[in-house]
Design a protein around this ligand. Structure first.
Ligand SMILES: CC(C)(COP(=O)(O)OP(=O)(O)OC[C@H]1O[C@@H](n2cnc3c(N)ncnc32)[C@H](O)[C@@H]1OP(=O)(O)O)[C@@H](O)C(=O)NCCC(=O)NCCS
Length: 314
């Protein structure tokens, strides 16, 4: 079989396959015997690195830190193929999955944390499907159900693992996940405005709008909004915002306020809330506090916006 060098063809036929078992990296002296179970070895100045089944390392009393799952890319790739490792690393990095690559003569092999194994395979399958021009499972928008909540919290934690304002990693659970737990229990919660985007039965996007008000007028407060990192920039976030606007107009709502990046929200018609007479709950938010006047926007509104649940939030 001729090894493929054309990147798009390689990506279209990646066929990521999870090898059973758990794998570890250990270091032994350079002249140590190599156990038969050793799947890869690298000679370095400091010693010999072995990649072993975890059970074997335990039997031999060898120390390790990282416990990995092994994913083989079944596509037969040429050692001269350009860009395959870069593309694979890029999508895994976007999904915040760290990955160690081993190149064999026939295949590439990826060692990822066991906790990330299923997500890594899914991410690679999606990369492959995009290049195979096989349509991904359609995205369906629907109201949240109680059973979705663990998946929503996991998604929101993943999407906000880097703080949007600074781009820096967030320690522990992002505040947006804690905020959601609070909102779901609060009277400001409006079930019809808690929406998930679903693909192949999985929650891949989420948005919530809750009750707020200004100058005695009931308004909606949108946010948090989150999309699974591996599917960002494919229109899912926009679809969720459009659906929120559609539902709000259909329900006779007057306007939607939010705190967010105007660069993203102005495409939906959001403008500075102050320009419509609605003051931000926090003056520091400035033009990041925005408002979308809906079809029934009455005009002549003058007052500060308050969240019904009385907490500062997105
Ligand atoms: C922000 C977010 C919800 C957007 O969803 P998405 O599905 O990735 O976005 P879409 O594909 O619908 O829209 C993509 C467009 O928005 C732009 N965009 C995406 N995120 C943006 C951001 N943070 N600021 C400005 N523009 C942004 C893209 O450049 C793209 O513009 P283009 O169409 O002109 O190329 C998503 O990236 C996310 O979950 N980010 C992490 C959490 C977060 O920041 N939530 C919002 C808090 S206000």
């Amino acid at each position: 079989m001729i090894a493929e060098t054309l990147l798009a063809t390689l990506l279209a036929s990646l066929r990521p396959t999870l090898v059973p078992g758990e794998w570890v990296f250990v270091s032994v002296p350079r002249d140590s015997p190599v156990p038969a179970e050793c799947a890869a070895t690298v000679l370095e100045a400091e010693g010999r690195t072995l990649v072993l089944p975890r059970l074997k390392a335990d039997q031999l009393g060898l120390e390790y830190d990282f416990v990995a799952a092994w994913i083989t890319l079944e596509v037969r790739s040429s050692l001269e193929a350009v860009g395959l490792t870069a593309e694979v690393s890029k999508v895994l990095a976007e999904a915040r999955i760290s990955c160690n690559v081993l190149a064999g003569l026939h295949h590439d092999h990826l060692l990822v944390s066991v906790a990330d194994a299923a997500r890594a395979v899914e991410t690679l399958q999606e990369l492959s499907a995009r290049h195979a021009q096989v349509p991904l499972s359609p995205i369906r928008l629907r109201a949240e159900e109680a059973a979705d909540r663990p998946a929503i919290l996991a998604l929101v934690s993943e999407a906000f693992a880097l703080a949007p304002a600074t781009g820096l990693p967030v320690e522990g659970e992002p505040q947006e996940a804690a905020m959601l737990r609070h909102l779901w229990e609060h009277s400001a919660y409006l079930p019809g405005f808690s929406l998930v985007a679903e693909s192949a039965g999985k929650v891949v996007g989420y948005v919530i709008s809750t009750r707020g008000s200004a100058d005695g007028l009931d308004l909606l407060a949108l946010g948090p909004l989150a999309v699974a990192p591996r599917l960002q920039r494919h229109g899912v976030g926009s679809a969720l915002v459009h659906e929120s606007i559609h539902r709000a107009n259909a329900a006779g709502e007057r306007g939607i306020a939010l705190r967010g990046d105007p660069g993203f929200y102005q495409r939906f018609g959001f403008v500075s809330a102050a320009s419509l007479g609605v003051e931000s709950p926090d003056p520091g938010w400035k033009e990041h506090f925005q408002l979308l006047p809906l079809a029934l926007w009455p005009g002549g509104v003058h007052g500060a916006f308050t969240y019904a649940h009385q907490q500062e939030r997105f």
